[in-house]
Design a protein around this ligand. Structure first.
Ligand code: GLA
Ligand code: ZN
Length: 684
């Protein structure tokens, strides 16, 4: 595992926009004083500062940023320096309207908002490179410069002529001939045959939205275009500051789903950054799920981000208190800030950073939580909570050189599959819910403290004892062969309904289920029954009856043995759940969607036979307590977090040190509501 930042302590900091306070130097003085008080050791500068850095074209003013660097250096604070492309100055859009995005109705946007530049515009690319070069020349050698923060939360799409032309070039490079394109898009359907490359347009409500292969390629193109823009941004930085790592802040999806962000294939994007960082905003204390349920989803998002590079990552943004954009912007309950912050460290984050260090005085984010709020006090709950986390991170310095314990369980997640499945005109749009399905499969492992990786199809599966591959609708033959080889080599595989339906071009497989899937699962799938929300079947398995919902595959076994059968409807008595032993391994097929009660029993039985639950020197009483282990060759750190409003206790079964107090830990430990404990066997 690499450590591109060479950190010797956890980062604690966040986005800081002193450019909003330049006429109040006393505020900036006080901010720096308060940063030290709150144990903040890093500031992220320059996100959205373009208008202050280049007030008019070619006229730069770095004096204020020089001053902030000096202040940071004087107190040993790291600087994460952003490139300013996330929002452009007015003069730039006014003079060069091509930098503004065009929507899918062909309408060019006005100047405004942010994160909305054209990714192709040669002028925008040039202007961004120019300012980035200036920043690298001026600050590349400052000793406080830790890392580049490229732009901010890339996302969205542009449909301008330049982007359309780039899309056509991308398609030409991919398909080489129009015949191949026509075949991939099955364009004889509705007489949509292309006879010239110029006819190809991005999907649009004014044109085509029903060519699902085109829709899928557009998603892929948008990722590639964004990465291309990013690569263009970092060129001067790589040239002038080859030893300064680059990252860009990825996003999580919004509540209530706590979904992955769906615009960009982060598995691909992650190959271009030196370290993964992301912005994490769980809506703690909402009214529709328990704290533990949301903690499970947040744990999964962290596991997903860690798995992108199979390495430690950073929390680039989180809120010290509440945000301003959730449907309901609730405060954190006492203890929750420490709970949520250390949860991310437990999963492999090497930072807790905030949006924002000093609250904006005006505009839309003046009510977004901040370390220093508009009352400027160090007596707010948020300031005290942040100080507590800063203190914790200092005590945990010995854990920075550790990684989350290696996982023996992997869940496959694939962006092409997500896009194609969402776009498929079959099943039920309201209930496909690929990511929620992943969450439901993840739940057992989270509750039992079993480490999980979220893998891409290109990852090596052989290190895992158990691979779960839910709803893999778009699967290429090579991956089906990889699954087969994995099981033959002794792997245990779980697949589900709606798997192996289309190829990489989103064309239906011909002549039945993929032979490698048939051979692996020992069955064929005849059809999939889509149920209405209030319709159910029942499943008999493990001597119990479970409710099933949403989807039922009708299976014909050919080598597999039944583990569960449908009890109702015209397929009553047929197999719903099966097991296919293959040499040392086995493949399980879940033909129907169930509630998590079945998944819990199912995974418990696999856990018993595969011995997945780790031996830990701590015993908990409830699944709402999570225990995550970070370790290296010489030390283990056990992060024990109570994701409940009720206090509980845990037992230590071996002598350990309390890593937050450095005192020997008593064998019975109280965990208050939302309480956190960290124990270690480290001798340091
Ligand atoms: C995102 C952005 C920040 C800020 C926060 C608010 O993460 O990157 O600039 O707007 O949201 O939560
Ligand atoms: Zn464009």
């Amino acid at each position: 595992m690499s450590n591109p930042l060479k950190l010797t302590h956890f980062l604690h900091g966040g986005d800081y926009n002193p450019d909003q306070w330049l006429d109040h130097p006393e505020i900036i003085d006080r901010d720096f004083h308060l940063f030290q008080q709150a144990h903040l050791n890093s500031i992220t500068l320059g996100v959205f500062s373009w208008a202050k850095l280049e007030p008019s074209e070619g006229h730069y003013d770095f004096s204020w940023l020089d001053d902030i660097f000096d202040r940071a250096e004087a107190q040993g604070t790291h600087v994460i320096l952003a490139t300013p492309s996330g929002a452009r100055p007015r003069w730039l859009a006014e003079k060069y309207p091509e930098v503004l995005r065009v929507d899918n109705h062909g309408q060019r946007q006005h100047f405004g908002e942010r994160h909305n530049h054209c990714y192709t515009s040669p002028i925008y690319r040039e202007k961004v490179q120019t300012i980035n070069r200036k920043l690298a020349e001026r600050y590349g050698h400052r000793k406080s410069l830790l890392m580049w923060h490229i732009s901010n939360e890339y996302g969205g799409q542009c449909f301008c002529d330049l982007c359309q032309a780039a899309f056509r070039d991308w398609l030409k490079a991919k398909y080489h001939s129009l015949d191949c394109l026509n075949h991939a898009y099955w364009s004889s359907f509705w007489s949509h045959t292309y006879t010239s490359w110029d006819q190809v347009e991005a999907p649009s409500p004014l044109g085509d939205q029903s060519v699902t292969g085109l829709n899928l390629d557009w998603h892929r193109f948008v990722t590639d275009r964004t990465i291309d823009f990013f690569e263009n941004e970092i060129k001067p930085l790589r040239e002038l500051t080859p030893n300064i790592p680059v990252t860009t802040n990825f996003m999580g999806g919004n509540p209530p789903e706590s979904h992955v962000f769906t615009d960009l294939d982060y598995q691909k994007f992650a190959e271009h950054v030196d370290i993964v960082s992301w912005d994490s905003y769980p809506n703690w204390s909402n009214d529709y799920e328990s704290t533990a349920q949301l903690a499970m989803k947040t744990a999964l998002m962290n596991d997903e981000m860690r798995s992108l590079k199979h390495d430690n990552y950073l929390i680039m943004e989180s809120t010290p208190s509440q945000v301003n954009w959730h449907p309901y912007n609730r405060s954190k309950r006492p203890g929750m800030h420490e709970m949520g912050s250390l949860q991310q460290i437990a999963h492999g984050a090497n930072s807790v950073m905030y949006f924002q260090l000093h609250q904006s005085r005006g505009a839309s984010e003046m009510f977004h939580g901040a370390v220093i709020t508009n009352n400027l006090s160090d007596q707010t709950r948020a300031f005290k909570d942040v100080t507590t986390v800063g203190h914790d991170l200092q005590q945990l310095t010995g854990a920075v050189a550790t990684h989350r314990r290696d996982a023996r369980v992997a869940i496959v997640f694939d962006y092409d599959n997500m896009w194609a499945l969402d776009d498929s005109r079959n099943y039920a749009n309201a209930t496909k819910q690929y990511w929620r399905t992943i969450q439901e499969h993840y739940q057992y492992f989270w509750e039992h403290d079993i480490p999980v990786d979220i893998v891409k199809t290109a990852d090596d599966l052989t290190p895992y004892t158990l691979v779960i591959d839910p709803m893999h609708f778009l699967m290429d033959q090579a991956f089906a062969a990889k699954l087969k080889a994995y099981v033959h080599q002794g792997g245990h595989l779980v697949g589900t309904y709606i798997t192996g339906i289309v190829d990489r071009n989103d064309l239906a497989y011909q002549g039945g289920w993929l032979p490698d899937l048939q051979a692996t699962y020992g069955l064929t799938v005849q059809e999939t029954d889509t149920l209405y929300p209030h319709q159910h079947n029942t499943l008999k398995a493990f001597d119990k009856t479970y409710t099933t919902k949403d989807y039922s595959d009708l299976l014909v076994l050919d080598g597999a043995e039944p583990l569960g059968t449908y009890e109702r409807d015209f397929y009553a008595g047929t197999t719903a759940i099966s097991r296919h032993p293959l040499e040392q391994g086995a493949a399980y097929y879940l033909g129907c969607r169930t509630d998590t009660d079945f998944l819990e029993d199912f995974y418990r039985s696999l856990d018993r036979s595969l011995k997945l639950t780790p031996e830990l020197p701590l015993k908990k009483k409830t699944p709402t307590v999570s225990i995550q282990v970070r370790e290296n060759a010489t030390a283990h750190f056990y992060f024990v977090i109570n994701f409940s409003h009720q206090a509980t206790t845990i037992q230590l079964t071996q002598p350990l040190t309390d890593a937050l107090t450095h005192q020997p830990a008593d064998s019975t430990q109280e965990l208050p509501a939302y309480g956190v404990r960290v124990f270690t066997d480290s001798q340091d």
